[in-house]
Design a protein around this ligand. Structure first.
Ligand code: DON
Length: 309
């Protein structure tokens, strides 16, 4: 069983670590360049006190694109499916996460899915709240509910570093505003989005969020339904079809587990009705996914037969 086989996890992480040398930490957000290229850590959470960990597990990292899953859950809870999917689509793009091209070539120019940057910005613009601070507080409260850790916050340096250099995301916002997809003040929206992306945690926290999504949105200990069942299903489906960007198809074949990556090197994986996995390995491949993290998930999937297909 994956949850009590520490020896196998140790062996797999050592083997996967060798792949960090073939990847590179993200540098388009200057603060992310400070990460250690060689590091890799993992937590596997199976509910209650059952958590297995390996690697440099004290390290914390920012969620980056993994936050897109969380904000999508929140806005679906705020507004319902019909409204949310009238403003953002459900189809994979096959393009890099920050691409603008489909906004221009598709009519109407609503973003194709909530896991690419354009779609995620549209989703963030739907978070309910009277002020920007209310919206951020609601998001943080939701993360506290999912992880059970009330001290989780965003990393100000990383948020600032991204805000100051986010001109591509600014362009996506202005394009969408021109076409009526969003109506926000772009600087305010980017401020919230970059703080959302900078929410900081460790692998165990990430594995816990993955576990709730894996288990139909329920905290199996307290029986609290943190995310409605149907929304948890939608999240896992997007994780499979779009979670690893334009590597999602290959990942579905090689690994077959709903997962979401971020350019910090995090990956959150949710095995339906099973464990949540949180990985941190900042060396990225050319598509922006943790190179060693993907290898580790591939080994885990093969060894424990975890593919859902
Ligand atoms: O918007 C951005 O570019 C980043 N805050 C998040 C991108 C990201 O994590 C893409 N992941 N692989």
């Amino acid at each position: 069983m994956i949850c009590n086989d520490q020896g196998t996890l140790n062996e797999m992480i050592e083997a996967a670590k060798n792949y960090t040398q073939f990847g590179k930490v993200a540098d388009y957000i200057p603060a992310l360049q400070l990460a250690n290229n060689d590091t890799l850590s993992v937590a596997v959470y199976g509910g209650g006190k059952s958590c297995m960990k390996a690697g440099n597990i004290e390290e914390t990292f920012t969620l980056q694109s993994i936050s897109k899953v969380i904000t999508l859950a929140l806005v679906l809870m705020d507004h319902g499916e019909e409204y949310v999917f009238s403003r953002v689509g459900m189809e994979p793009t096959g393009d890099p996460f920050n691409s603008i091209i489909k906004l221009e070539t598709h009519t109407p120019s609503k973003p194709l899915n909530p896991m690419i940057n354009a779609g995620a910005l549209a989703v963030t613009s739907m978070i309910s709240g009277r002020t920007a601070r209310d919206k951020l507080d609601r998001l943080l409260q939701f993360v506290h509910d999912l992880t059970g850790r009330k001290t989780i916050n965003f990393n100000e340096n990383v948020a600032k570093s991204e805000f100051e250099t986010a001109d591509l995301n600014r362009s996506l916002c202005y394009f969408m505003k021109q076409h009526g997809v969003i109506h926000d003040n772009v600087e305010e929206l980017l401020d919230l989005y970059t703080k959302q992306c900078a929410i900081e945690m460790n692998c165990e926290d990430l594995a816990k969020m993955g576990y709730i999504i894996a288990n139909e949105g329920q905290d199996t200990e307290t029986k609290q339904q943190i995310i409605p069942h149907d929304i948890a299903r939608i999240l896992k489906t997007f994780m499979i079809t779009c979670g690893m960007y334009n590597a999602s198809g290959e990942f579905a074949i090689r690994v077959g587990i709903p997962a979401k990556s971020g350019v910090s090197g995090g990956i959150m994986a949710s095995i339906p009705h099973g464990v949540g996995i949180g990985i941190y390995g900042p060396a990225l491949d050319d598509k922006g996914n943790s190179i060693a993290g993907m290898k580790l998930l591939e080994s885990l999937s093969a060894h424990y037969d975890l593919s859902i297909f």
